[in-house]
Design a protein around this ligand. Structure first.
Ligand code: GLA
Length: 389
């Protein structure tokens, strides 16, 4: 990453030396749509990142330039709630959260850009939220605990952007460590780092290059379907302490699901099975059984596609293409769904052949090439230089 580019662009525009913050995108090995059900996830930050150059400007105005879009937004510190530009709302949302935490933030300038592909399911939004959060706290000398930053960024997205996302993306963005995946228990927020020793294998993302508009609305629908399922199970087992699908067993669900409306039973089945799969995946990682891990990834995809119904034709096609390929241990759609990437656990020695075959068949089917990213697991959000203004 050429950090100097961002420093220079900032200097050209705002004529000062900036603080530099880098903020990565993330992958998730397994554990999809489990975070808001208090289950487990297994994410990691990767070496695709946003870089923010920021400096105080000693006024009450915030000026932000999105370098990759060539757009600038300006607003008063006291009027963050009026910001309308979609990308700037992630920033304004975090500012509003900081204000609610009584953190005094004044005017500043910011220029940012980076390499996280947009709409690919790699959480560029969480990267922007947490990166700007760390930048603001640093500029205005506020101590913020990493978990507090994670939660403020998540609330910004829930309350101001309007996506009722769970905590995984912001957590992975802040807590990641190079060459490790993190198993996060989304119920009590305890976490454990697992070395990702993928010597023989590598992680490839195939980007469908589509983002179906259903994305955020259906996400919120899935969330309420899960809540509806929990409410019905609670009614059936009044003596048991149940707060979420994490507290429900398959046996409990089997008793209640015939009376669940619409797709609610299927949604709950997927989530309960997926929470168990993360545990199995962690065991497989620990014993370096990558074929077993891969098999679990395929099972996750099947569940996301058939029971949770957040996949799409392009994602299903990409996963199906890899099924007969010996060099692919596992593949599945990643993130919220309805477009974006698949994540593939691929033998290094067969990597080129897999990429060539997938590109060829996808282009024949959909008339466009999938983008391919080989990702390495990276450190979470951090500052790059000492503040030099
Ligand atoms: C999006 C959300 C996350 C998580 C995933 C699905 O990335 O932001 O909180 O729910 O979808 O696992």
């Amino acid at each position: 990453m050429d950090y100097r580019y961002y420093e220079q662009e900032f200097q050209k525009k705002y004529a000062r030396s900036p603080l530099l913050v880098r903020s990565p995108g993330r992958i998730n090995v397994i554990g999809e749509h489990t975070d808001y059900n208090e289950g487990f996830v297994l994410p990691a930050a990767v070496d695709k990142e946003i870089v923010l150059a920021m400096a105080r400007n000693d006024t009450d105005t915030i000026r932000i330039t999105a370098l990759d879009l060539g757009e600038e937004v300006q607003f008063e510190v006291s009027q963050a709630d009026r910001v309308a530009e979609p990308w700037a709302r992630y920033i304004a949302g975090v500012l509003l959260q900081f204000q609610q935490l009584s953190m005094d933030i004044g005017g500043f300038d910011c220029a940012f850009g980076g390499t996280i592909p947009l709409g690919a399911g790699m959480s560029s939004s969480a990267a922007l939220e947490c990166g700007v959060g760390l930048g603001m706290a640093t500029l205005f000398d506020h101590e913020i605990e990493p978990m507090e930053l994670v939660k403020a960024a998540q609330r910004a997205e829930n309350e101001f952007v309007g996506v009722k996302c769970g905590i995984m993306d912001q957590f992975a963005n802040v807590f990641s460590r190079k060459d490790h995946v993190i198993r996060l228990d989304c119920r009590d927020l305890s976490y454990h780092y697992f070395p990702a020793e993928l010597d023989t294998h590598t992680l490839l993302l195939f980007d469908t290059q589509v983002k179906h508009s259903l994305g955020s609305s259906e996400y919120n629908v899935r969330r309420s379907e899960c809540e509806e399922g929990v409410a019905l199970i609670v009614r059936h087992f009044p003596e048991t302490q149940i707060n979420s699908l994490r507290d429900c067993t398959k046996e409990m669900l089997d008793q209640v699901s015939p009376r669940m409306p619409g797709k609610v039973g299927d949604r709950c089945t997927y989530v309960i099975e997926e929470i168990q799969r993360v545990e199995q995946a962690c065991n497989a990682l620990q014993t370096n059984e990558l074929d077993r891990l891969g098999k679990l990834m395929y099972e996750t995809h099947e569940g996301l596609s058939k029971k949770y119904e957040v996949s799409c034709a392009e994602l299903d096609f990409l996963v199906d293409q890899t099924l007969p390929m010996k060099a692919v241990a596992g593949a599945r759609m990643m993130g919220g769904g309805f477009g974006g990437c698949t994540i593939n656990l691929v033998e290094r020695s067969g990597k080129e052949d897999v990429v060539a075959a997938v590109k060829r068949s996808y282009s024949e089917q959909f008339d466009k090439e999938p983008k391919v990213y080989e990702v390495n697991i990276a450190e979470g959000t951090g500052t790059i230089n000492a503040f030099a203004s």
